[in-house]
Design a protein around this ligand. Sequence first.
Ligand code: GRG
Length: 310
Amino acid sequence: APPDTVLSTGFDFKGYMLEKAAAINCALDAAAPLAHPERIHEAMRYSLLAGGKRVRPVLCLAACEVVGGGSAWAMPAAVSVEMIHTMSLIHDDLPCMDDDDLRRGRPSCHRAFDEATAVLAGDALLALAFGHLANPASYPADGSVPPDRIVRAVGELSRCVGAEGLVAGQVADLEATGVGTPVTLDHLEFIHLHKTAALLEASVVLGAILGGASDDQIDKLRKYAKSIGLLFQVVDDILDVTKSSEELGKTAGKDLASDKTTYPKLLGLEKSKEFADRLLKDSREQLAGFDPIKTAPLLQLANYIAYRDK
Ligand code: GRG
């Protein structure tokens, strides 16, 4: 069980997540209204409003708050990272990539609409994400977020999602798929640091930038995000083994049978768990210099990633 519960910290994490997710869902709905031509907007909204956990936008708002910003300052960035996350899932599900029929418990975008519409819905969400982030009208009217912070946020997001970030991770993953031999630990780490951690990093760093963080604070929060990004995937790999061995009555896990390289395959289960513990500790250490009251959400988000059961 997670070490910090609402009883020991006095922080209602579940309430915090629900409250933030509700505000984020409202902002997403407003930022991508139904318009002409209707079908493409329907496809964008179908995937965007399908009810993910909203981990990235919550991280963005929490990072803004930890450096003393108001959460409304970072809402445009929270919206834009969730749009990019959604478009990456739409494209990842396409027949030319993972070829998945289901996403978030319902037909994937190209299944509910068609392939061309899904490609274009992804493209449109990517463009809208940057447009929404860069638009001064997305921010509080009192001028609390100066334009230089917005410009810096746009540049940071571009770097994290492009061919040196998220896209690099997907390319490295595709290259490793189907080759028959397991990839090295370094290659596995490269995939996860780019495919998963890069967007978590953008989420946290954008929130910090818009909240007025110092370079030193941004640096620490970037390290925090990289650790929880890697942690997310290590835990995913561990759950794949433990869940499927539970289901199969303690026989070999499905993960060990598939040809996907995972941490348990390269390190064994025990060492993988030790690595996950190390990453959780590393992420917590980065938060040591911040206001202890304001770090509760980021600490609990790291715990949530480490101790989730699916
Ligand atoms: C970014 C331009 C651009 C293109 C996309 C297809 C692609 C390139 C990248 C794939 C990225 C991908 C599928 C990463 C996996 C990320 C991940 C950990 C997904 C699961 O996230 P959760 O659990 O999902 O937060 P929910 O549904 O809760 O949002």
